[in-house]
Design a protein around this ligand. Structure first.
Ligand SMILES: *Cc1c(COP(=O)(O)O)cnc(C)c1O
Length: 228
């Protein structure tokens, strides 16, 4: 048996509230995506029972399977936060209320092609640390990519997302969060609807909130360590 999810969720919500208070922001400005990848549906059910509604998954088939297993939970909302593979768009689009990590026009087109009633709400992933292993548009190309996505009919551009390198001291990545916020503001000046910032995970979410995060994506602090 693992952690008590209800208690962990309370702690995380208190942490978000404290970070908002410290930053002079309303708690309602920051929403929590509980990252449930590699955790079984029963744990998600526990979190749902404790009031959590937004869940994040990284793998398209895992998302599809869990959405099926949990289709009796009427208010559950899924976020796709992983790397996109164009041939998996059919699993993602009907389920996800946000696709957080779009980083190319071709991925956006694959998503848009599957859009039915409404355009697909997307965020553009920006790689600010320029780690070669990380996905994401570069800072220099991000707004050009946003402009291209904004022009695609089946896409509803919402904002920017980033995933900094793992560090022990979250203050080290604070400048990256500040740069993402700055980039979104620059995009808004150019007329792009970049109102959402998806940034902040277990180790660094208070810092991300200080710099304007509107979605924090938190896994370990809620569900405990993942296997594999
Ligand atoms: C796994 C993951 C998270 C959650 O990370 P934790 O450190 O467990 O909070 C957030 N965002 C993305 C994109 C992830 O892949």
């Amino acid at each position: 048996m693992g952690v008590r999810i209800e208690e962990r969720l309370l702690e995380v919500r208190a942490g978000i509230a404290a970070a908002c208070a410290a930053a002079g922001r309303a708690t309602t400005e920051v929403k929590l995506v509980a990252v449930s990848k590699k955790h079984p549906p029963e744990r998600i059910r526990e979190a749902y029972a404790a009031g959590q509604r937004d869940f994040g998954e990284n793998y398209a088939q895992e998302l599809r399977d869990k959405a099926r297993a949990l289709s009796d939970l009427p208010e559950i909302r899924w976020h796709f936060i992983g790397r996109i593979q164009s041939n998996k768009a059919r699993y993602i689009v009907p389920l996800a209320i946000r696709v957080h990590a779009v980083d190319s026009v071709s991925h956006a087109q694959a998503l848009a092609k599957r859009a039915r009633e409404a355009p697909v709400p997307c965020l553009v992933e920006v790689n600010l640390s320029l780690e070669a292993t990380k996905a994401g548009a570069t800072e220099a190309e991000a707004l050009t990519l946003c402009e291209a996505l904004h022009g695609i009919e089946g896409i509803d551009l919402k904002g920017l997302m980033t995933m900094p390198p793992y560090v022990h001291d979250p203050e080290v990545v604070a400048p990256l969060f500040a740069r993402l916020a700055h980039l979104a503001a620059e995009g808004r000046r150019r007329g792009l609807p970049l109102h959402e910032l998806s940034m902040g995970m277990t180790v660094d979410y208070p810092v991300a909130i200080r710099h304007g995060a509107t979605w924090v994506r938190i896994g370990t602090a809620i569900f405990g360590p993942r296997e594999g």
